[in-house]
Design a protein around this ligand. Structure first.
Ligand SMILES: *[C@@H]1O[C@H](CO)[C@@H](O)[C@H](O)[C@H]1NC(C)=O
Ligand SMILES: *[C@@H]1O[C@H](CO)[C@@H](O)[C@H](O)[C@H]1NC(C)=O
Ligand SMILES: *[C@@H]1O[C@H](CO)[C@@H](O)[C@H](O)[C@H]1NC(C)=O
Ligand SMILES: *[C@@H]1O[C@H](CO)[C@@H](O)[C@H](O)[C@H]1NC(C)=O
Length: 330
């Protein structure tokens, strides 16, 4: 009998290799492709080619109402990796929340750094100001922990009197010992005057308090501090109606709130206005809702038309009734 012919095994391997790795975009039979790129919350992505082959671009867009930070284009590399960093979409969750600072000088109240007014001239008391002291700080209480990625600081303009040096930004849950909160960003130099500068945390930090502090002795004067999180609704989501055209809008914990502060009216009118947009007067308050409302009303105080505001609590009918119920009957 003739022995069966067996090619030497190293030869098979060689042939196989030559056959399957013949083109540049194939490695041993597999076409090089990028995985579908990640799509974080509040973003949309458009691919230049559906095949996800090298050279494909992924262009990100933030949903309406969110601000975009970073480069919006990623490119699929020849080795099948996305090049570039996914942009961040966030909204400012510091606006009108309770603020505090180490000391207050010359009418530079802490609330001027999150009043939405970025005027860099402090003459009209538009910015914050502390006394000259060791490591002055400014703080905002976001009222609940938020994942935070970007902080934007607007510095005071003119004339080299209050330069910001050695700026530290911390985010965490410790309201008193600010050094216990993780560091988001550190800027060792001197910040330019009258500019808006964006700081990106090395990683997303979850926290309720944001601190801005100078590492040296000096005066801390800030004109606006914005804290961006992707974990909140933009006010743009809140349904509006003609009846509430002049109401101030705010979102908190993904709920919409309308503040009608310029108009006095009755409980009935207030309630039917709310109902016209499929909502109701505020009822069944949690401690969290309560601290949010208190902070908002505190800021509205100078503009409130009356001393009283309507919440959704109703007295039972009857002259001597003493029981109150929320509008939902609870
Ligand atoms: C954004 O990223 C793309 C791909 O990495 C690059 O070609 C482009 O120059 C970048 N644009 C900016 C403004 O950095
Ligand atoms: C604000 O900060 C000052 C100085 O540390 C402190 O004494 C005060 O209690 C703080 N106020 C609030 C409302 O936390
Ligand atoms: C702050 O509290 C939240 C919720 O309890 C938690 O997820 C987060 O990790 C805390 N942040 C820090 C910096 O400890
Ligand atoms: C009222 O709030 C409590 C506590 O948050 C909750 O358990 C309850 O379901 C709420 N009731 C209504 C009707 O929303």
């Amino acid at each position: 009998m003739l022995p069966q012919y067996r090619p030497p095994t190293h030869l098979i391997g060689a042939i196989v290799t030559v056959l399957l790795c013949s083109t540049a975009t194939r490695i041993c039979g597999q076409e090089i492709k990028c995985y579908h790129p990640a799509v974080p919350p509040n973003t949309r992505v458009t691919l230049s080619t559906p095949g996800l082959t090298p050279g494909t671009t992924a262009v990100y867009q933030c949903d309406e109402g969110y601000e975009t930070f970073g480069n919006t284009t990623l490119v699929c590399s020849p080795t099948g990796q996305w090049q570039g960093e996914i942009p961040f979409c966030g909204i400012n969750v510091a606006y009108r929340k309770p603020a505090n600072q180490s000391t207050t000088a010359k009418g530079g109240n802490a609330i001027h750094a999150n009043d939405g007014d970025k005027t860099t001239n402090h003459n009209e008391k538009m910015c914050t100001e502390t006394y000259k002291e060791a490591s002055p700080w400014w703080q905002v209480d976001l009222l609940r922990p938020y994942p935070v990625k970007v902080i934007r600081v607007t510095t005071r303009g003119c004339c080299g009197q209050q330069p910001l040096q050695d700026l530290e930004i911390r985010i965490g849950n410790n309201s008193h010992q600010l050094q216990k909160n993780p560091l988001c960003a550190w800027f060792p130099g001197t910040l330019e005057e009258g500019v808006t500068k964006t700081f990106t945390c090395a990683r997303t930090l979850i926290g309720q308090y944001v601190f801005v502090q100078l590492g040296v002795e000096g005066t801390l004067s800030l004109c606006e501090v914005e804290v961006f999180s992707s974990d909140e609704l933009p006010v743009h989501h809140c349904q509006s109606s003609k009846n509430l055209e002049n109401a101030a809008l705010a979102t908190f914990a993904k709920k919409c709130y309308f503040f009608e502060v310029n108009k006095g009216s009755t409980f009935k009118t207030a309630r039917s206005t709310c109902q016209s947009i499929n909502s109701d007067l505020i009822h069944n308050l949690t401690t969290l809702d309560m601290s949010f409302l208190r902070a908002q009303l505190d800021r509205w105080k100078p503009k409130l038309k009356t001393q009283l505001v309507w919440l959704g609590a109703n007295k039972d009918p009857g002259v001597i009734a003493r029981t109150w119920k929320w509008v939902n009957g609870e």
